[in-house]
Design a protein around this ligand. Structure first.
Ligand SMILES: O=C(O)CCC(=O)C(=O)O
Ligand SMILES: [Fe+2]
Length: 296
């Protein structure tokens, strides 16, 4: 069906494959991750744990005036009079990410246990958590995650966790299936680092151009509280535009073997984060120039 990205509305499939049937088979999970670049797991978390986190997050947002007054808290309706723009980029806010109910999900047994089995050893997560409170109109541009967090092991995975149901009109994550095999893109854009190279970070604003030039297709699904989708550093993704009146609350968090090198920007009590990319006075290379330089 036609669904809106930030700058283009295009045909998107809504049938991402579930991997619940192979959950107890780490080898099959690894093979599927290698092939598809993602694993969609329904009900990895207990719904009530996710909803407990949703509630405390919403209470904080309500305290900031982000929620429509007098509407039911758990509906998470955005207050159109809220003065600041919300975006998928409003993240890492420790007031929210240190909430014990939130931590209990993203560092809890189900997900840490999953990664221990999947990776074949003790797993760890980045201390920095990307918690996004994305209001109406927001969406994320197309990118590989590796360019933001690739200084440690590349055997690193993102896990996107909705804190509440996310229907198609709330701007779920959307993947370019096949993009994990865009060899030239992996070897160029996929080797870059936003803090070192001062590039824009995303690869394109135009989802249709990406598949016309490189192949693949775009796909998403609707999510329920408890579901997660885990994906590789080299699977291109974005999020659709939130066309609802609700705030889309989701987290994306990172997991790897504890024994492997880790990207130091995202570790510690006060992670350094992007110390040069998009900092004051940073001169960012325009996307068209980077693409020309990469020959893609
Ligand atoms: O949730 C979004 O808008 C973007 C998500 C994303 O880029 C990620 O999970 O890595
Ligand atoms: Fe991402």
């Amino acid at each position: 069906m036609k669904l809106p990205f930030l700058e283009q509305e295009i045909d998107v499939r809504t049938d991402l494959r579930e991997s619940n049937d192979i959950l107890d088979n780490p080898l099959a999970l690894k093979e599927r991750m290698h092939e598809d670049g993602y694993l969609l797991i329904r009900d990895l978390h207990a719904k009530d744990e996710v909803l407990a986190a949703r509630k405390v997050i919403l209470e904080k947002l309500d305290g900031k005036g982000m929620l429509l007054p007098d509407a039911p808290l758990m509906d998470g309706i955005f207050n159109p009079d809220y003065p600041e723009p919300t975006s998928t980029g409003s993240m890492g806010n420790k007031q929210l990410t240190k909430l014990p109910e939130f931590q209990a999900v993203v560092e809890g047994k189900p997900v840490m246990g999953f990664f221990k089995e999947f990776l074949g050893g003790e797993a760890r997560t980045f201390d920095f958590k990307w918690l996004r409170t994305a209001g109406p109109g927001s969406g994320s541009h197309i990118h590989y995650d590796i360019v933001f967090m690739g200084r440690g092991t590349q055997d690193l995975y993102s896990c996107w966790t909705p804190f509440g149901d996310v229907s198609l009109d709330m701007g779920p994550i959307v993947f370019c299936l096949g993009s994990n095999r865009f060899d030239k893109v992996r070897k160029t854009y996929g080797q870059s680092d936003v803090d070192r190279d001062l590039i824009e970070g995303h690869f394109s604003h135009k989802p249709l151009d990406v598949i016309e030039k490189f192949g693949g297709y775009w796909a998403t699904t609707s999510f329920s509280a408890g579901d997660v989708i885990i994906f590789s550093m080299f699977l291109m993704h974005a999020s659709l535009v939130n066309t609802s009146d609700k705030i889309r609350i989701t987290a994306d968090t990172r997991y790897q073997l504890a024994s492997e090198p880790i990207d130091e920007r995202w570790i510690g009590e006060n992670p350094k984060g992007h110390y040069s990319w998009k900092q004051k006075d940073a001169k960012i290379e325009p996307l068209e120039e980077s693409r020309r330089r990469w020959g893609v």
